[in-house]
Design a protein around this ligand. Structure first.
Ligand code: HEC
Length: 116
């Protein structure tokens, strides 16, 4: 019984660790850095041509914000929906629909929500 308890403690310890590590990694992995910087986490924007060119599909051009303090205004839950285009800002959905798994989306938005 003691042994199982140790395993449970160890796994929860490591999952916390992975949790803390993965937000910024996922942010880079899913190219959020193509549009956003997070100066507070020393993440710089990598501007690519695709993201700076004007689109002529009728969507107004809005500069993507730095997300250093996004957690002040948004909850993880709201951001999760926004990344799936189920929430909007002033009637406009997010540019990109999130391509990862729901778990990854949770890790990412939980991390973003801590940025205050
Ligand atoms: C093609 C460019 C582009 C990419 C890639 C992109 N975003 Fe955005 N994002 C934007 C723009 C533009 C806005 C501002 C939209 C507005 O104000 O209507 C925005 C807004 C946001 C907001 C809301 C900020 C606020 O003001 O509350 C969050 C959160 C966000 N993005 C997260 C992400 C995450 C996480 C990723 C990666 C999975 C990502 N974005 C990838 C362009 C992008």
């Amino acid at each position: 019984m003691k042994k199982y308890f140790a395993i449970i403690v160890a796994t929860s310890f490591f999952s916390c660790f992975v949790f803390a590590e993965n937000g910024p990694e996922l942010f880079t992995k899913y190219s959020c850095t193509g549009c956003h910087s997070v100066k507070a986490a020393k993440i710089v924007k990598v501007t690519s041509k695709e993201n700076t060119e004007e689109k002529d599909d009728g969507t107004p051009k809005i500069d993507p914000p730095d997300l250093s303090t996004v957690g002040k205004e948004r909850t993880a839950e709201w951001m999760g929906k926004y990344l799936m285009k189920k929430e909007k800002i002033k009637d406009i959905a997010h540019k990109k629909k999130f391509q990862g798994t729901p778990e990854e989306r949770n890790i990412l938005t939980e991390w973003l929500a801590t940025l205050k």
